[in-house]
Design a protein around this ligand. Structure first.
Ligand code: MLT
Length: 240
């Protein structure tokens, strides 16, 4: 059996049980923070500064930065943008620095910071992330941002998709029980993830806000080959 581990961490609260300073962590917040990050970098944003505190985000706003601020799925009062990936999908972000604070995604990024390397995954860059991981030798942790420290389905499905791709590539890895469970869920869901997520909590939350379009966008695989990575506290594009 391989000694290289592939773990799925189902809540940021569990991260110290799975990862240490030698790990590679993939931060996952499919709906919608990590999809927004992939979209912004794909559209030419120079970097993204993830911040946990809305007050810090407001300071950046006052200095003239483009800032996305979301709490509980809604745009925080006083900000123009939340974290809908669609608002970062245009040329207006090219060459810009974007500051982002979200309910769970930026929290998960902060929780991952001790790792050897932190990258950002979403269905939008599924193949790129899986392909890159195939060539890594360190232990891998797929960190699901979840919702307020709780399990969520969509992040787990993405983690399962990565597990599935690494298995298909014949990578022999020691899978945690959570990795096995995530892959089983993904296998069940993959033919129609939109329907599979029908009654899940964040899909319902976004539905009441009338943002189904975001959900469809975020569940569309492989629209970009960009791999965002954390570097000195900023998220930048990994060199291809
Ligand atoms: C988060 O960080 O919790 C999310 O991205 C929330 C959202 O969908 O707006």
């Amino acid at each position: 059996m391989s000694s290289q581990k592939l773990n799925v961490c189902l809540s940021p609260q569990l991260i110290s049980s799975y990862a240490d300073e030698n790990s590679i962590i993939v931060v996952i917040d499919v709906l919608r923070a990590t999809s927004a990050i992939c979209t912004a970098l794909h559209n030419g944003a120079e970097k993204i500064i993830p911040v946990v505190d809305v007050r810090v985000a407001r300071d950046y706003l006052n200095k003239g930065y483009i800032v996305g601020a979301e709490r509980n799925g809604e745009i925080v009062e006083g900000f123009e943008y939340g974290n809908s990936p669609l608002v970062f999908a245009g040329e207006h972000v090219a060459g810009k620095t974007i500051v982002l604070t979200t309910s769970n995604g930026t929290y998960a990024l902060a929780a991952a910071q001790m790792a050897h390397q932190v990258i950002v995954g979403s269905f939008l860059n599924l193949d790129a992330v899986s392909g890159w991981l195939e060539n890594q030798e360190r232990d891998i942790v797929l960190l699901c941002a979840g919702w307020k420290q709780k399990f969520n389905m969509e992040d787990t499905l993405f983690a399962g998709a990565v597990v599935s791709q690494l298995q298909a590539a014949n990578r022999v890895l020691a899978l945690s029980d959570s990795a096995i469970a995530a892959e089983i869920l993904y296998t069940k869901a993959k033919d129609n993830m939109f329907a599979f997520l029908e009654n899940t909590s964040h899909r319902n939350r976004l539905r009441t806000m009338n943002i189904e379009e975001d959900v469809r966008y975020c569940l569309t695989p492989n629209t970009t080959s960009v791999i965002p990575m954390l570097e000195n506290g900023n998220i930048v594009k990994m060199n291809e």
